[in-house]
Design a protein around this ligand. Structure first.
Ligand SMILES: Nc1ncnc2c1ncn2[C@@H]1O[C@H](COP(=O)(O)OP(=O)(O)OP(=O)(O)O)[C@@H](O)[C@H]1O
Ligand SMILES: [Mg+2]
Length: 286
């Protein structure tokens, strides 16, 4: 896709919002091959507005690859990604924010030399004119942009319960808190769709409960109206936060439905039994 067609989408992009009944994000028959390995095989997924869509599956099933396709890190060999109803044949990662899509990485991925607030401000640049880098370089308009960025950054930190850590550097914070900062960075751009890769890993029980509440709040908040795609092994969390769950196994969708439907599906249990000797409910909680 050339730049002009991307502009068509972003011009009507996040502010426009999807039309009635329109999926915010859709994957149609996507196939990704790495050499001889088919990591995704004709995978389809629909993300309606304000829904939490879960993606689960054993290790190596293709979950992260699917997120990488959604955010333009990987270009599918076949199939299509649609954002806000418009086909995106060649999404570039730097265009994602303008399309209203943000993601967190598997792991944390913060800049160690920046404070928590500064890390989050990086995620808000689309909302603040010239942006974070011009603030750093003291370019014209930088003062105004920096105030706006700071406001957005603080708002996002407060939203994830990390406001008190604004001035700390990642190395001074617990793993759970660093994950919150990473989430705040994704939220700071006020995305229409948020892609989360293993947000629960490394969190304790209290942090998990708070994460679950936060995910539901984001999806149901009328102002934010965020849709979420969550990749996660933690079954209890997924059962409690997802509206629908898609199950991948060896790159294929083997089940899609409500959490209860997926939990009761023998094919899902068999997929997990085949890899780690546990039922779907007992999948690893890491
Ligand atoms: N860049 C790559 N090059 C080659 N093979 C890859 C690449 N990325 C992923 N794969 C392979 O594609 C398959 C799917 O990997 P992916 O990381 O999407 O799985 P996953 O479901 O996220 O697994 P996990 O639960 O362990 O995070 C695996 O067999 C993996 O080894
Ligand atoms: Mg993964």
């Amino acid at each position: 896709m050339n730049d002009s067609s991307v502009h068509d989408v972003s011009a009507g992009g996040p502010g426009r919002g999807p039309g009635p009944g329109e999926a915010v994000l859709e994957v149609r028959d996507v196939t990704v091959r790495f050499g001889g390995l088919t990591a995704l095989d004709t995978v389809s997924l629909v993300v309606p507005p304000g829904h939490v869509v879960g993606v689960i599956g054993p290790n190596g099933a293709g979950k992260t690859t699917l997120l990488n396709v959604l955010c333009g890190f990987i270009r599918p060999d076949h199939g299509e990604v649609r954002i806000g109803g418009s086909p995106q044949r060649d999404i570039r990662p730097h265009q994602l924010a303008a399309l209203g899509v943000a993601r967190t990485l598997q792991g944390v991925g913060l800049f160690s030399g920046l404070t928590a607030l500064e890390n989050v401000m990086v995620g808000a640049t689309r909302q603040a004119g010239a942006g974070f880098w011009s603030s750093l370089l003291s370019l014209p308009g930088a003062g105004r942009d920096e105030r706006k960025l700071t406001g957005l950054g603080r708002e996002a930190l407060d939203r994830v319960g990390a406001g008190a850590c604004a001035g700390a550097r990642p190395g001074e914070l617990s793993y759970g808190m660093r994950k919150r900062i990473a989430l705040a960075r994704a939220l700071a751009g006020r995305p229409r769709v948020l892609l989360l890769d293993e947000p629960a890993s490394g969190l304790d029980e209290t942090e998990l409960a708070e994460l679950g509440q936060l995910i539901r709040d984001l999806a149901t908040d009328r102002d934010m109206a965020t849709s979420l795609v969550v990749v996660e092994h933690h079954m209890d969390l997924m059962m409690s936060v997802c509206d629908t769950i898609t199950v991948l196994d060896f790159g294929r969708v083997i089940a899609t439905g409500t959490p209860q439907q997926v939990k009761d599906d023998p094919a899902v249990t068999a997929a997990y039994l085949g890899t780690d000797g546990q039922g779907a409910e007992g999948a690893k909680n890491e």
